[in-house]
Design a protein around this ligand. Structure first.
Ligand SMILES: Cc1cc2nc3c(=O)[nH]c(=O)nc-3n(C[C@H](O)[C@H](O)[C@H](O)COP(=O)(O)OP(=O)(O)OC[C@H]3O[C@@H](n4cnc5c(N)ncnc54)[C@H](O)[C@@H]3O)c2cc1C
Length: 172
């Protein structure tokens, strides 16, 4: 991972440019990095993407409702995307079991939007442990990794657990 002033969209259609960009960003890093960069150059399954989130004003229209990343992608910087996708799918099914789709879609969004947005904010609040931008942030990240109690996540457990799921609803 590396930070970049602008999303390098021009590299998305050009695998050679992706490899050059990654190699240039990690040049001079020492340790095992040159070996990893060399392996990346010959890999035939390189995954290259920009870290992004999805923010939508509304998650449904007509008979279509979005859940998971399509509705509120949080990016892997939060470590929460899979959990949010499953929680959203559960709540969508929960509401649909008891109401017509338009009522259920609104109830699903009302019940979960605040929770999803709070978790998205974990990745954009400037404390993203995985992408330190300054020497001080690098030092804080390294200290956190050395002290297992401080691993990313533990300080956010209040946000992670801020929504209590209703019990399974019987369907007819
Ligand atoms: C590098 C990386 C690391 C991550 N690390 C973590 C982590 O540590 N912890 C965590 O919780 N989350 C992590 N995430 C996020 C997590 O992977 C996503 O939030 C989660 O997978 C979202 O689930 P989803 O079902 O909403 O979407 P997806 O998992 O993206 O599923 C969507 C599916 O729809 C399919 N699809 C797309 N278009 C069509 C179409 N037209 N027709 C049919 N099918 C289609 C796709 O192929 C895909 O299988 C990470 C993500 C990335 C990219």
């Amino acid at each position: 991972m590396f930070t970049h002033a602008d999303a390098p969209f021009s590299a998305f259609a050009d695998p050679a440019a992706q490899r050059d960009l990654v190699a240039s960003r990690f040049e001079g890093c020492g340790w095992e990095v040159p070996r990893m960069v060399e392996a990346m150059r010959s890999a035939d399954d390189l995954f290259f993407d920009v870290v992004s989130q999805i923010h939508l004003p509304v998650w449904s229209k007509g008979r279509v409702a979005l859940a998971g990343d399509a509705a509120h992608a949080t990016s892997f910087l939060s470590g929460q995307g899979s959990s949010l996708a499953m929680i959203g799918a559960y709540l969508l099914a929960y509401e649909l079991a008891d109401a017509p789709h338009d009522v259920a879609f609104a109830a699903y969004e009302n019940r979960s939007r605040k929770f999803m947005e709070a978790n998205q904010a974990l990745a954009t609040g400037g404390s993203a442990v995985m992408s330190p931008r300054t020497d001080a942030e690098v030092a804080a990240r390294s200290a956190a990794l050395r002290a297992l109690d401080g691993l990313p996540g533990s300080e956010h457990s209040e946000v992670h657990n801020a929504l209590t799921l209703p019990p399974e609803r019987a369907t007819v």
